[in-house]
Design a protein around this ligand. Structure first.
Ligand SMILES: [Zn+2]
Length: 186
C-alpha cells in the first residue's frame, strides 16, 4: 500500500492555513464527510507515514476552499511544498546537493513509499529528465501540475536560474509514465 510522508501533509495544511486562514479551513473540514473529517482532524507529524486516503482528503478539503479567484492552486501548492520541504524540514539536502550535477530522483522516496518509481537522469550540463512510473493508480492533472511546480522550485532552490519544465509524457494521457524535462541556466 502506497504511503505519503507527513511532511507533505503538513506542508499542505500550512499552505491552506496561510492562504485561507484557520477559521475557514476548520469550517471547510466540517463540510466534508465523516471519513475525511476523521483523517483531517487526526494530528499528523512530519516524520510519520500516512495512507494515501489522508492525501485524498486534503484534496477534497482544498476543493471545498477554492474560489474562482484561485487560478492555479495546484502549481502554487507545488511551489509552497518545495519551500516547506527544503527550507524547513530538509535544508541540508539542498546544501549538500548544491552545485552537483547529478540528478535528484532519490529524494522522491523520502516523500512517498510504494506509490511510484522515480528515475531522474542528467541529459546535459543544464538539463535533466525525471520519469515517474506509478505502481498504484494514476495522478490527476492537478497532481501533475503540482509535481511540475515542485520540481521547478526544487531546482531553483538548488541555485539554478530560469528553470523551465515541460511535462512531455503523462500517464493520464495514456503514456507509460509521467516525464518531465527540466532545463535551466547556471
Ligand atoms: Zn502526468
Amino acid at each position: 500500500m502506497a504511503q505519503v510522508k507527513g511532511t507533505l501533509i503538513e506542508a499542505w495544511r500550512s499552505f491552506l492555513k496561510d492562504r485561507y486562514g484557520e477559521e475557514k479551513v476548520a469550517s471547510a473540514v466540517q463540510s466534508l464527510d465523516a471519513d475525511d473529517r476523521l483523517h483531517l482532524l487526526s494530528p499528523t507529524r512530519d516524520s510519520s507515514w500516512y495512507s494515501m486516503e489522508v492525501q485524498e482528503a486534503m484534496g477534497r478539503l482544498t476543493k471545498a476552499l477554492a474560489t474562482p479567484a484561485d487560478k492555479d492552486l495546484a502549481s502554487e501548492l507545488g511551489r509552497y511544498t518545495a519551500d516547506y520541504v527544503f527550507t524547513k524540514i530538509y535544508p541540508t539536502v539542498i546544501d549538500q546537493d548544491a552545485g552537483k550535477k547529478k540528478a535528484f530522483g532519490w529524494f522522491d522516496y523520502v516523500l512517498f513509499q510504494d506509490l511510484r518509481k522515480c528515475v531522474s537522469e542528467s541529459t546535459g550540463p543544464t538539463s535533466s529528465v525525471t520519469r515517474y512510473y506509478y505502481l498504484e493508480g494514476k495522478p490527476t492533472p492537478g497532481q501533475c501540475r503540482s509535481l511540475k511546480a515542485f520540481l521547478i522550485r526544487m531546482s531553483e532552490l538548488r541555485g539554478r536560474q530560469n528553470v523551465t519544465c515541460v511535462h512531455r509524457k503523462c500517464l493520464s494521457k495514456g503514456d507509460d509514465c509521467c516525464e518531465f524535462l527540466m532545463e535551466w541556466e547556471n
